[in-house]
Design a protein around this ligand. Structure first.
Ligand code: AMP
Ligand code: GLY
Length: 420
């Protein structure tokens, strides 16, 4: 028997820990640093690579990395050098997410469909460029900015202000030393995640996130306010297109360039006229997409993560999914994504029906109570035989839980219903 160490503290990591603990091959699942819902929390920060490696070595752990930050600084390379088994992409492979410019240039030289773009360091040149265009743009900071370094612009004035925010005011610090100015693609957005071993890429079911804070996709972008899986936005024909023209092509092109991509490859796609365009890559599972996806898994996730590390996905049995829909409603603290109160006691967990899972994110345990401890606090996730019933089950469960500043969107999954 082996132990598992899941790195991270969000809803994604709670869902991964929950699923991995069901494996008959796994003894104990540790989470570092974890949250109020995860078991066996280890108080080590996600950026303390030495302490994480030491813990994994001492406790015979197979390590699973949840968030992007440790991947971007090379946690996988470090563990590999120490002969420790770890799931996720190397630092070079994680560049697909850690440098948006690297990713855009990679797509361009390999013919992977993405929005037209230019790269700038000089604000004046960038501003002259947007003035010369006859289409709307999106301005993006090059580096990691916790999902906030992207400004979608409706006109030239907004584009000029966005350039100023990132390149001059340095709102995102050094992540904004260089920017991408790219064409705004107006279409339908979806998430497509695959599990890869460098050669083979197994689809992890389609999903759709809800990034804006308010209903009807209004207000600022967040880390994600809810997700459901699968999404009817991606039908079989489109899924095949994304798998071949984006996922397989990405893995193969990386290999041709001498980079083996192992781990979850997440393509955020915009669909326009039935064609998928890559908006962004992530080198990890999405959060909250991971929560509904793991609930639908009818296979031993541990076996497949090991196969990703070992390069043996092509000989694994076909993955099977519960033939149900799954919906995750994120319960946040009012004020998120800006400032919000913490340390409020959360009640109602015992009243949540058995068909729902409450994945914790920004919570902590104190004297037997669960307190709010972040912007996105819980991800209430439920299955249903149809998308409509999954939505209803998830909202029934979400309404059982309370704390003073609880806030959530009331339209998660509605975009999917309009497609059926
Ligand atoms: P990202 O962090 O790159 O996922 O961008 C955040 C959000 O900005 C995406 O989820 C999209 O909603 C939007 N976005 C990014 N790039 C584009 C684009 N080229 N056209 C339209 N919307 C975009
Ligand atoms: N839900 C979007 C992300 O994980 O980046």
């Amino acid at each position: 028997m082996v132990n598992v160490l899941v790195i991270g503290s969000g809803g994604r990591e709670h869902a991964l820990s929950w699923k991995l603990s069901q494996s008959s091959k796994v003894d104990k699942v540790f989470t570092a640093p974890g949250n109020g819902g995860t078991e066996n929390n280890i108080p080590i920060d996600i950026d303390d690579l030495n302490a994480l490696a030491e813990f994994a070595q001492k406790n015979n752990c197979f390590t699973v990395v949840g968030p992007e930050a440790p991947l971007a600084v090379g946690i996988v390379d470090k563990f590999n050098q120490m002969n420790l088994k770890i799931f996720g992409p190397s630092q070079k492979a994680a560049q697909l997410e850690s440098s948006k410019i690297w990713a855009k240039n990679f797509m361009k030289r390999n013919g992977i469909q993405t929005a037209r773009f230019e790269i700038f360091e000089d604000p004046k040149k960038a501003q002259d460029y947007v003035k010369s265009l006859n289409y709307n743009v999106v301005v993006k900071a090059d580096g990691l900015a916790s999902g906030k370094g992207v400004i979608v612009c409706n006109n030239i004035d907004e584009a000029i202000a966005a350039i100023d925010t990132i390149l001059v005011k340095k709102t995102f610090g050094d992540a904004g030393n260089r920017i991408i100015v790219e064409e705004r693609i107006d279409g339908i957005e979806a998430s497509y995640i695959a599990l890869c071993d460098g050669v083979t890429a197994l689809p992890m079911a389609s999903s759709q996130d809800h990034k804006r804070i308010f209903d009807d996709d209004k207000g600022p972008n967040t880390g994600g306010m809810g997700a459901y899986s699968p999404t009817p936005v991606i039908d079989n024909i489109l899924a095949e297109k994304i798998q071949n023209k984006i996922i397989n092509k990405t893995i193969q092109s990386m290999k041709n360039e001498g980079i083996i991509f192992k781990g979850f490859l997440y393509a955020g796609v915009m669909i326009r006229d039935n064609e998928p365009y890559v908006l962004e890559y992530n080198a990890r599972m999405g959060d909250p997409e991971c929560q509904p996806i793991t609930m639908r898994m009818d296979f031993d996730l541990y076996d497949y993560l090991v196969a990703s590390v070992d390069g043996t996905l092509s000989v694994m049995p076909t993955i099977s999914w519960k033939n149900q829909s799954s919906v995750c409603i994120v319960l946040a603290s009012k004020g998120y994504p800006e400032s919000y109160p913490k340390d409020e006691a959360i009640t109602g967990f015992d009243s949540v029906p058995k068909n729902a899972m409450v994945f914790h994110a920004g919570t902590k345990k104190q004297n037997g109570n669960i307190l709010s401890n972040g912007g996105r606090v819980l991800g209430v996730t439920a299955l249903g035989d149809t998308l409509e019933s999954a939505i209803s089950n998830a909202y029934i469960a979400a309404e059982k839980i309370s704390w003073p500043h609880k806030y959530y969107r009331t339209d998660i999954g509605k975009k999917g219903l309009s497609y059926l």
